[in-house]
Design a protein around this ligand. Structure first.
Ligand code: BDP
Length: 685
């Protein structure tokens, strides 16, 4: 008996050897002897095809050989097919070498998750969006705006001389999930990003990403001609300004022949833009687009704009961009955040989706969890992204996905972007579970029809364990995690009641004093008063609901028909308003915050049962996070309910547990931004 126990333990130890999370979902065991991989005659051995061959030789464990062929009539673009022949060969076919690389990763994924192909069977796959892009908000000094996984992976100081091996690992991980573009720097771009010195460094990174099919893009500061070029103006209609951009773009393409193009945040949150010169967003975007067009480059022009003077921030992007519909060049794509405000825990989709009929529009998601617990809370964002992509816009019956996949002209390309959650921490994303969001983002850009459950399964099996004892419970955790976070943070359409600046934790009372913009204060959004709670976006209020196409405009604009998940987004609702379940708003608020707490506690308990399936390092790291998440849920609940109670004047329902914290203590508490990482987690309330 003792021997058996010892043997079982030994197996366990060897199976669960220490891991640091750096291998992400690519944890295949290397073959002792290379698998037999043959590239068909006539198929060009590009660097990309070589990577496909190497990956298969190293990791494919099937019996027969693998044949790679580029065929003119094969699946187009990045698409591919995988067939199993009578001779037990796996035949990977595509019209391009890039497609073969995706096929190789597709085959290895099938192997890892346990999908098999019968003899004579073929599967085909092709990406939905043409451009599947990560936006890095990385600064030249190595810091990352809204980054929670250490410093930037780009080592600007040592580039171009030293090229970190991490760049290739990064490229490989992206290619394995179908991502084919990377904007290397922050949308709040420094003019310095376009200096000749920085461009040479950028080119060195581009050289590493290229064979993996990843194009390099840069965010640009619209005032660069002034700040970097020394011109007196950055007016997009000025001939010298245009000429400056022509020269700069030529310089870029000499260094990076397949450079993708520019991402621009203009006239937003203090960034310069064409409006500084009385010009429109279209004037600015088109000038850059014309300069990039001869090189086949594109401009991704962000619609994230809002002015302090507006009565409703949520309305502004639509107000500024709708009049410009049809005025943008074919190589401009307007990049729109998923919701009308700012990556909040839950927002209705931006009304620009579907409404812009003559402009290519791309969704921007935030993979980094600025507003969703950063690198501590487990929140599987695929659920949220699917909610947005599958939302019906009612413009010609298009969903958000369909509206953004539709090409407005023969030259247009479809695109989608995600703000990366990647840094130089050993596991890339700070939290091991947050790798799921990087993974799911890539897979969803490839195929928006994949279900959140499929995405969760694929990720969990490859990254942790394919054992159903693990996958079953953790799938449920991932699938419920977004709803849980919304419940304990901002249920029923509440938004932006975060602590100021760092956005971790609750501060519905936040007001730093002084002359701050009203739209940077939680009270601007929650509008709590003795009558009720929520932002009135009906016709009597800001009119925001009317930006949606009928029937949504009427549906959202009427308190009785508004989906309850958006109730406080569109309405200022009396505390005593009776909701569909017969309970008042106040009572429901109390219950839903508690539901969120229960869920977060449940996740922590489920994780404790996962110890047998996960190596000690990742188990402990994640345990600390689930435990903290559960405490944070209590912190959120107490802060919000006690704060709003001052306005409602109502008691908590008798069956709600009493608060753990006192409001006055929570209001005195100020989180030290550098102290909420794993090491400082115990310092939180
Ligand atoms: C907000 C972030 C800010 C970004 C901005 C943006 O708080 O750091 O610069 O979005 O998207 O969510 O430009």
């Amino acid at each position: 008996m003792r021997l058996v126990v010892l043997l079982v333990c030994a197996c366990f130890v060897s199976l669960l050897r220490a891991e640091d999370g750096s291998r992400l979902w690519l944890r295949m065991e290397r073959n002792a002897d290379a698998a037999e991989v043959r590239v068909e005659r006539g198929t060009k051995r590009t660097a990309t095809v070589d990577i496909a061959v190497r990956e298969l030789e190293d990791y494919w464990k099937g019996d027969g050989k693998v044949v790679l062929r580029v065929a003119e009539d094969g699946p187009a673009r990045d698409g591919f097919s995988i067939g199993r022949t009578e001779k037990e060969e796996m035949v990977l076919t595509s019209a391009s070498g890039q497609g073969l690389l995706y096929a190789a990763y597709g085959l290895l994924r099938m192997q890892q998750v346990g999908d098999t192909l019968g003899v004579g069977q073929t599967v085909s796959d092709a990406p939905a969006y043409d451009l599947r892009i990560l936006n890095h908000w990385d600064n030249p000094d190595g810091t990352i705006e809204r980054g929670y996984a250490g410093r930037s992976i780009w080592q600007w100081d040592e580039l171009p001389g030293t090229v970190s091996p991490r760049y290739e690992a990064y490229a490989r991980a992206n290619a394995s999930v179908g991502i084919n573009g990377a904007v290397l720097n922050n949308v709040n771009a420094k003019p310095l990003a376009l200096s000749s010195d920085m461009l040479r460094k950028t080119a060195a990174i581009a050289d590493v990403l290229r064979p993996y099919g990843i194009r390099t893009y840069l965010s640009v500061n619209f005032a660069s001609p002034k700040a970097l070029g020394g011109l007196p103006t950055a007016d997009p209609l000025d001939a010298d300004v245009r000429q400056w951009w022509v020269g700069k773009v030529d310089e870029i393409y000499r260094l990076i022949p397949d450079f993708g193009g520019f991402l621009v945040k203009a006239n937003s949150e203090g960034e310069p833009g064409p409006q500084d010169y009385g010009r429109t967003h279209a004037d600015g975007a088109n000038m850059l687009a014309d300069v990039l067009a001869p090189h086949k480059g594109i401009v991704m022009w962000r619609a994230f704009v809002y002015k302090p003077s507006s009565p409703d921030r949520a309305c502004q992007a639509y107000e500024e961009f709708m009049p410009l519909d049809g005025k943008f060049r074919d190589n401009v794509i307007v990049q729109v955040k998923n919701g009308p405000v700012d990556f909040q825990p839950r927002e209705p989709f931006s009304p620009l989706f579907g409404a812009m009929r003559h402009t290519q529009v791309m969704p921007e998601f935030q993979v980094t969890q600025e507003y969703l617990g950063q690198s501590i809370h487990t929140v599987f964002l695929a659920t949220m992204w699917k909610d947005v992509l599958s939302a019906q816009t009612y413009h010609d019956g298009e969903t958000v996905a369909a509206a953004t996949l539709r090409k407005v002209s023969a030259q247009s390309v479809s695109a989608i972007a995600g703000v990366a959650n990647i840094g130089d921490s050993e596991n890339w994303t700070g939290s091991d579970m947050a790798q799921a969001n990087w993974y799911a983002f890539g897979r969803l850009c490839w195929n928006p029809d994949m279900s959140a459950a499929q995405l969760a399964d694929e990720f969990l099996k490859q990254t942790f364990s394919a054992d159903e004892g693990f996958v079953g419970p953790m799938r449920q955790v991932l699938l419920r995690s977004w709803d849980a976070a919304v419940s304990y943070m901002m249920p029923y359409g509440l938004h932006h009641i975060f602590a100021g600046e760092h956005h971790y934790g609750p501060e519905p009372w936040y007001h730093p004093g002084g002359d701050i913009r009203l739209d940077w204060l939680p009270s601007y959004y929650h509008r709590a008063d003795s009558v009720g709670l929520g932002f009135d976006r009906t016709r009597e209020g800001s009119g925001g609901a009317a930006q949606y196409h009928e029937p949504l405009s009427t549906l959202y604009g009427d308190l009785r028909t508004c989906p309850e998940e958006y109730l406080l987004w569109f309405h200022h609702v009396p505390w005593s308003y009776v909701m569909r379940n017969g309970l008042t708003l106040w009572d429901n608020l109390c219950y839903i915050y508690n539901h969120g707490v229960d869920e977060a506690r449940h996740f922590a308990t489920v994780w404790e049962g996962m110890r047998p399936y996960v190596d000690a390092t990742r188990y402990e790291r994640q345990k600390a996070r689930f435990d903290r998440q559960a405490k944070d849920a209590v912190w959120w609940r107490d802060a919000c309910l006690l704060y709003f109670q001052q306005f409602s004047g109502l008691p908590l329902p008798a069956d709600c547990p009493p608060p753990v914290h006192k409001l006055k203590d929570l209001m005195k508490y100020h989180l030290d931004i550098d102290n909420y990482t794993a090491a400082g987690m115990d310092k939180l309330p």
